[in-house]
Design a protein. Structure first.
Lengths: 396, 366, 366, 396
C-alpha cells in the first residue's frame, strides 16, 4: 500500500465516521458544516484545528465526492465565494493561531459571509492606489474612505479590507489588511446600479469604522503582500466549458437555427468566424486543463480571460445585429439586485451590455496584455515614477 | 461628385450653435437615465427645439409653413441630437414621417407638424430598411386592422402614418393616436431615449393619403431617415470620442495619466481617424440628398454601412477606457452605447446596407 | 472529445528534436531565397529527412515498408517544416499523395515513396478543397489527356497521381513523370519554397489504381492535407512570432528597445494569444485524425479556417515590426510571409473551410 | 484691376515673351527649362535670380497651364522628384546666395538629378539617429557611413545628405546637412532587392567621400532643422484619388465582376466592407482637398496615409484569397530595377507584397499614430531618455 493509498483509506474512514456521528435527516446545514470542519474535512490541506488535516490539496475531491454521494448538506451555491475562495486561504496563510481558530469556522459554515473591500473609485486598475485611511487609536483602528464594486456587501457579515496606514512611504508599502465587521454602524452600503439596469455591486462608505487591532491580518504596512495572496486566489471564469457551443456562441447559433427568417446570407461568414473562434477558445481551455493535469501549468489563464472577453463582446454584439428589429427591445430595466451574474441568461440586449464588463472586472484587458507582455514575453515594464516616491506625492 | 460640398456653411454652423446651446441647457445624464425607469412624454426640450428653433419644420417647404431647408441643415441638427443622445422625435417625426407625408402629399398634417404641436411616426418596424413586401396592416372599408411591432417614438406620436395593404397594393393612411381601434403599447427598449412601441389596429378609422405611390413615399422616407441617421451616428461617435479623450487625459493610474500609455494613445489615434472619416461619409450622404444627386442611393448605403459601426466602436471604446465608471448608471457612457447600438440596427443593419449597395454598384453576391 | 490529447508525447518531442536539428543544419535564408531565382530540385535536405529520419514513410503502414505512424507524429514534422519554411515535398508527397495511394490501394508506389527514392504529387490544383466535380483530365483507352493548373511540387515529383474522368466517373491513375505525353511546366509561384507547376497530358500512358472509390480516396487525401497544413501553419506562425519578439527586444529606437513601447507590447501579447490558440486547433485536428474520431471533419475545418489566417497575421506583423529590414530580400521575413499567404490559399481558403463547417454543424447559409 | 489681376496679367506677358524668345520646334528640353528658369518662371514663389519672381505660390498654376497649352517641354514624368520637391525648397530656404545661384538651375533643368541620403540601417523610424560621420579636414569634409532606402541613387548626380559632425552633443544637435556629389569615387551604390523581387532602392556606402565646405547647407550642427524642412516637403501618396474604385479596390472589384466563377458568397460581405472603406477614404480625401481649398488645412494627411496603408494591405490580401489557386502564382521574380513604383500594377501577388511597404516607408503607421496622438490629440509624449544625453551615450 503506497502512502497515497494509506491517506485515501484513512480519509474514507474519517468521512464514514463523520456520517455516522450525525443524523443527516435532521441536522441543519450550518451544524453539519460545523461538524465537518471539526473533523478536519473542510479543507484537508489546511492545518489541523483550522478545518483541515495538513494533507495535499488533491485529496479534497475524495472527501467532497463521498459526502456528495451520501447526500450531506453542501454550501448554498454561489454563497460566500469570497469568504471561502479568497479570505480563507489568506487567513490560513497570514493569520495568527488565535485568528485562525476564531475566524475560519464561522467563515466555513456560512455564519459569516464575507465581501471584499479592496477596489476604490480612484484606484481602478492601479490596485495599490488605495486611499481609504486607517488610523491607529490605541487597540483599535479608525477607518474612513470609500470602496466600490463590492458584491454581496449588503448581505455580508465580514469583509476583507485593505486600507492605507502610512502615506509617507511608497504606495505598495503603506497598506495594511484587516477583517472588517460589516455590522459596524460606520459602514454604509449603497447599491451601485450598472449599465444593465441591475445593481450587482455596491458602493461602501466607511465613516469612523472601528476595527480592533486583533482583526489586522499580517503586519502593519504588509497589506499589499497579503492582498496579493488574496488576489492570486481570485479565479476568473474561463470561457468555453468543455461542451461545444456553450456561452454566447450557443445563443447566436440557436437564433440562427431556430429562426430561419433572420438568416441574412451576408452574416453567415461572420457567424462562422465567431463559431470557429469560440471553438478554438474551447480547445485552448481543454488543452490548458490537460497541461495542468500533466503538471505543466502555463500562463494561459490571462490569455483565456482576454479571449473570453473579446468573444463575449463580439458575439453578443453580432447577435443583436442578427436579431435586427428585435434587438431594439430590452427585457427589463428594473433596478434588480441579482444574487449572482448570469452572463448568458436573460435577453440579447442584457448579454451585450453585461459583456462589456468582461474586459474590465478582475483585471482589464489592457492590464492583462501588459501582464502577458512583461511576465510571459519578458518585454520591458512600463515606465513609472510612482513606485519609489511617497504615496502622498504620487500624481493622481 | 464634382458638385459635392463636404464642408459646413456659416448658416449651418449657426444652426448647430443654437441647437447645441439649447441641448446643453436642457439635457443632462440624470434626465436621460430617468427615461429608463419611466418613459418620458414629449418634453419641454422638444417644444424648445421645435418651436423656438423650428427644427420640426426644417424639411417642410415654406409654402406649407415650414423652413424649406434640406438634408444638409437637418444633418447638423441630427449630429447635435446624437451628441446629446437627446430624447426627441426629430428623426422619426421631422424626417421620416415628414418625408412620407410630403411624398404622399398630405399638406394638412404637415402644417400641424411644422408648428411643432404634434409629432408623427411611420408605423413600420424601426428595423426596416425598405417598404414592406406585404404590410402587416390591412386596409378595409371597416378601417385598419393588424399589428406592427417595434415602432420608434410611437408612444408620443399623435399621428401614425400607416403603410397598409389595400385591395390594389400598398396604401398610406394616417390615424390619430390615441384613438378608437388603435392601441400603442410601449415596450422596454434597448435605447430608452428613443423608445419603441408595438402598435395594434382593430378597425381603426383612417384617412388614405397616398395618390397611388405609397411604396415610393415610404422608400423616400426611409432613405431620408438613413441619410440623417448617419449624421446622428457621427454625433454620437464624436461625443464618445471627446469624452474618452478628456477622461484619459485626467485619469491617473500608476502615477501617469492613462492617456500617456501608448496602447491607449494608438487606439485613440485610430478612433480619431475612423470618426473623422465617418464624418465625410455622412456629410456626402446629406449633401447628395440635398442636391437630389442620383448618387444619393450609393451615398446613403455607404454611410449606413460605415457610420453606425463607427459609432458603436466609439461608444464601446468609451465604456472600456473609462473602466469601471463607464459601466455605471451614473456615468453617461451607457446612454451613448445604447443609442449607438440601437442606431446600428435602425433602418436596416450594416449588412443589409452593404447588400443594397452591392446591387447599386454592380457587385452581385453570386 | 473526452479522448482527445492535445499535448505532445515524449516520442513526438524526440522526433521534433531530430527534424529541427537537421533543418537547422541544412536550411538557411540564403538557400531559401535562391529558390526564387532558380527553382531547386529535390534537395539533399529532402534525402536527409526522408532517408535518415524516415519522414517520407511516416504515414505508410509498416507492412508496406513504412513507419506506421499517425497524423500526430506527422504534425510534428509539419510544424518543424513550417518553422523552417523548408522546401521539401512532405505535405504534397508524404501526406496528400501518400494518403491517396493508400486509400486507392497502390502498395507498389507506396513502397517506392517509403524508401524516399521518389516523390509523388496529386495532380489537382493546390487550391482545391474537395475532389473535382468534373476532372479536367479525361481517361481514355488512348491514355490521359487534359490540363491541370497550379499543381504543388509537381516539378520534382516522379509519380503523378491523377484524378481523371473515366467512362463511369472519377478514376485515379498514376503516371510517371517526366514521361511520354506528360508535360510539367513550372510557373513562378508566390511561395517558391513550394513551387507550383502546370501539368498537361496528351495521351499519356497511365495505370488506373483505384478500386471504384477514387472520389473517396481524393477526399481523404485532401482532408489529411488540410489537417497537416494547419500544423505547418502553426510552425510558420510560431517562428514568425519568435523572430519578431527577438527583434523588438534588441532593436533600439529613440534610446529604447522598440519592445518597450506599449503599443508593440500589446500587439505581441495579442499575437502570442492567437498563435497559442491556433496550436490547440491544429493539435486537435491532428489528434482526431490519428484516432479516426468522426469529429475530424469539424476539427479539420476549424483548423483550416483559423490557423492559416493566424500564420498570415504573424508573418505580416513580423514584416511590419521589423520595419524596413523586413522588406528586404536578405532578411527571412519575406520567405515566411510568402509561405503563410500561399498556405492560406492551399486546399481551399478559410472562407471555403467555414462554408464546409457550416454544413457539418447545422448552420446553413440561408 | 486688383493686385492679383495685375500680377496675372504680368505673368501672362512674361510667359508670352518666353515663348516668343525660343523656337519650341527646335529647342531641347534642358535648354528650354534653362530659359524658363532664367525668366523666373520655374518656381514663381522663389526669389528673383533663383528661378522665381517672389510671387505667392498660387500663381504657379497659371504659368504651368499656359506653357502646357503651348506644348512647351516639361520635366520627364517622375524624374528628379527629390530634387524638385525636396532639395529645391531646402536650398531656397537655407542656401547662401552663391549656393542658390550655383545649385538651383541645374537642379531645375534636370542636369543634376538628386537623391536623398538620410535613412540608415541603424536609424529606422528614429530619423535623427544618423551615424554616418563627417569630419572636417580644412575646407572639405570627409564622410564615412552607410545609407539605405535611396531611390535613384544609381542615376542621381547629386544627393542631399545628413551626417553627424559632433557625437558629444545630444543627437538632434550634432547633425549637418550637405549637398553630396554622387560621382565622388568614395560613393558606392548597390541595389537593394526587396520582398517583391525588385530592387527599387539602393544601399549607398560612403568611404572617405570628400565634400567641399561650400556644399554645406546651413550651419554646422543645424542639420536636423534643415532636414526637417526637407521632410516636411515630402509628399505622401494619398489613397483614393477622386474617381471611385481607384487603387486596390478597383482590382478586387474588377476580378469579382469579370470572373463570376470566383464569386464565393462567403466573401461578398467582406468585399463590400472593403468597397465601403475605400469609398469612405476617397470621400475623406475629397473633403481634405476642399478644406485646403477653403483655407482650413487640417491634420488629416497622417490619417490618410494610415488609412491608405491599411486598406491597400487588407484589400490586396483579400484579392489573393478571392483568386484562390491563381493567387498561388506570381508574375515575375526577376531582380528588376523599376524607374518608379506602381502599387496597383503587375499581378495580385506583387500588389500584396509591395503594399507591405505602405505602412513602413515615409513614416511607419506606428509613428503616425504617435504623431496623431501627440500633435493632434495632445496626449503626452512617449518617455525618452535620448534627447538630452550625448549621442555617443544613447543606447542603440
Amino acid at each position: 500500500m503506497t502512502d497515497d493509498e494509506a491517506i485515501s483509506a484513512d480519509l474514507a474512514l474519517r468521512v464514514e465516521r463523520l456520517l455516522d456521528d450525525v443524523d443527516l435527516a435532521r441536522i441543519g446545514r450550518e451544524d453539519f458544516l460545523g461538524a465537518r470542519f471539526d473533523a478536519g474535512l473542510a479543507w484537508v490541506h489546511f492545518p489541523p484545528g483550522c478545518g483541515g488535516l495538513g494533507l495535499p490539496v488533491e485529496f479534497q475531491e475524495l472527501v467532497d465526492s463521498r459526502l456528495r454521494a451520501a447526500g450531506a448538506p453542501e454550501h448554498l451555491p454561489g454563497r460566500n465565494g469570497i469568504g471561502r475562495g479568497m479570505a480563507a486561504p489568506t487567513i490560513a496563510a497570514f493569520g495568527t493561531e488565535e485568528q485562525k481558530t476564531r475566524l475560519l469556522r464561522p467563515l466555513w459554515t456560512g455564519e459569516h459571509e464575507y465581501c471584499q473591500l479592496f477596489s476604490e473609485p480612484g484606484a481602478g486598475s492601479d490596485l495599490a492606489a488605495v486611499a481609504a485611511r486607517a488610523v491607529r487609536d490605541g487597540d483599535t483602528w479608525v477607518v474612513n474612505g470609500q470602496k466600490v464594486w463590492t458584491s454581496s456587501a449588503h448581505t455580508a457579515r465580514r469583509a476583507i479590507l485593505v486600507a492605507r496606514t502610512d502615506a509617507d512611504v511608497p504606495k505598495h508599502r503603506g497598506l495594511t489588511y484587516f477583517i472588517c465587521d460589516m455590522t459596524d454602524p460606520g459602514v454604509d452600503v449603497r447599491p451601485l446600479r450598472q449599465i444593465t439596469g441591475e445593481a450587482e455591486f455596491n458602493e461602501v462608505f466607511l465613516t469612523d469604522v472601528r476595527i480592533p487591532d486583533a482583526d489586522r491580518l499580517g503586519e502593519v504596512g504588509e497589506g499589499w503582500r497579503v492582498a496579493t495572496l488574496t488576489l492570486n486566489n481570485e479565479r476568473v471564469a474561463i470561457g468555453g466549458g468543455v461542451p461545444r457551443e456553450q456561452g454566447m456562441i450557443g445563443k447566436a447559433a440557436q437564433a440562427w437555427r431556430e429562426r430561419p427568417e433572420l438568416r441574412d446570407p451576408a452574416m453567415h461568414d461572420e457567424l462562422m468566424r465567431h463559431w470557429v473562434e469560440a471553438e478554438v477558445a474551447r480547445l485552448s481551455a481543454v488543452r490548458m486543463r490537460q497541461r495542468l493535469a500533466a503538471g505543466q501549468p502555463g500562463p494561459e489563464g490571462s490569455a483565456m480571460k482576454l479571449t473570453f472577453a473579446r468573444l463575449a463582446q463580439a458575439i453578443s454584439g453580432f447577435e443583436l445585429e442578427l436579431l435586427g428589429a428585435d434587438g431594439l427591445r430590452y427585457d427589463d430595466w428594473t433596478a434588480r439586485r441579482p444574487e449572482s451574474v448570469d452572463y448568458t441568461g436573460r435577453g440579447a440586449g442584457y448579454r451585450y451590455l453585461r459583456a462589456k464588463g468582461n474586459s474590465i472586472e478582475g483585471g482589464t484587458s489592457e492590464i492583462l496584455r501588459n501582464v502577458i507582455a512583461e511576465r510571459v514575453l519578458g518585454l520591458p515594464a512600463e515606465h513609472r515614477t510612482d513606485k519609489d516616491i511617497p504615496w502622498k506625492d504620487v500624481p493622481r | 461628385m464634382t458638385d459635392a460640398d463636404l464642408l459646413y456653411g456659416d448658416v449651418e454652423e449657426e444652426l448647430r450653435a443654437s441647437v447645441r446651446r439649447l441641448l446643453a441647457q436642457r439635457v443632462s445624464p440624470a434626465v436621460l437615465a430617468a427615461a429608463y425607469d419611466e418613459p418620458a412624454g414629449l418634453s419641454a426640450l422638444w417644444r424648445g427645439l421645435a418651436r423656438d428653433l423650428g427644427v420640426a419644420a426644417l424639411l417642410i417647404p415654406e409654402e406649407l409653413g415650414g423652413v424649406g431647408a434640406t438634408a444638409r441643415e437637418a444633418a447638423v441638427v441630427a449630429e447635435e441630437i446624437g451628441r446629446a443622445v437627446a430624447p426627441v422625435p426629430f428623426l422619426t417625426s421631422s424626417v421620416i414621417a415628414t418625408v412620407a407625408l410630403l411624398e404622399a402629399g398630405d399638406h394638412e398634417t404637415l402644417a400641424v407638424l411644422a408648428a411643432g404641436e404634434a409629432t408623427a411616426a411611420l408605423a413600420l418596424g424601426f428595423g426596416a430598411a425598405a417598404p414592406p413586401v406585404a404590410a402587416t396592416v390591412k386596409a378595409t372599408p371597416a378601417g385598419l386592422s393588424g399589428h406592427v411591432a417595434t415602432v420608434a417614438d410611437a408612444g408620443t406620436a399623435t399621428v401614425l402614418v400607416v403603410p397598409a395593404e389595400g385591395a390594389d397594393g400598398l396604401e398610406l393612411h394616417t390615424v390619430t393616436a390615441p384613438g378608437p381601434g388603435t392601441t400603442v403599447t410601449p415596450v422596454p427598449s434597448l435605447d430608452m431615449t428613443r423608445p419603441v412601441a408595438d402598435v395594434a389596429f382593430d378597425g381603426a378609422p383612417s384617412r388614405r393619403i397616398d395618390r397611388g405611390d405609397a411604396r415610393g413615399a415610404v422608400a423616400e422616407a426611409l432613405r431620408a431617415g438613413a441619410v440623417l441617421l448617419a449624421s446622428e451616428q457621427i454625433g454620437v461617435a464624436s461625443r464618445c470620442f471627446e469624452m474618452t479623450l478628456d477622461y484619459v487625459r485626467q485619469r491617473y493610474q500608476f502615477g501617469r495619466s492613462i492617456g500617456s500609455f501608448q496602447a491607449v494613445k494608438h487606439r485613440l489615434a485610430d478612433l480619431w481617424v475612423e470618426v473623422g472619416q465617418a464624418g465625410a461619409a455622412a456629410r456626402y450622404a446629406a449633401d447628395t440628398h440635398a442636391r437630389r444627386d442620383p448618387d444619393v442611393a450609393v451615398a446613403a448605403a455607404v454611410a449606413q454601412s460605415y457610420c453606425g459601426t463607427v459609432a458603436v466602436h466609439a461608444a464601446e471604446e468609451c465604456v472600456q477606457l473609462h473602466g469601471g465608471i463607464g459601466m455605471t448608471w451614473e456615468h453617461p457612457a451607457h446612454l451613448y452605447l445604447k443609442r449607438a447600438k440601437a442606431d446600428q440596427l435602425a433602418l436596416g443593419t450594416p449588412y443589409e446596407a452593404r447588400s443594397a449597395l452591392a446591387a447599386l454598384v454592380g457587385l452581385p453576391r453570386a
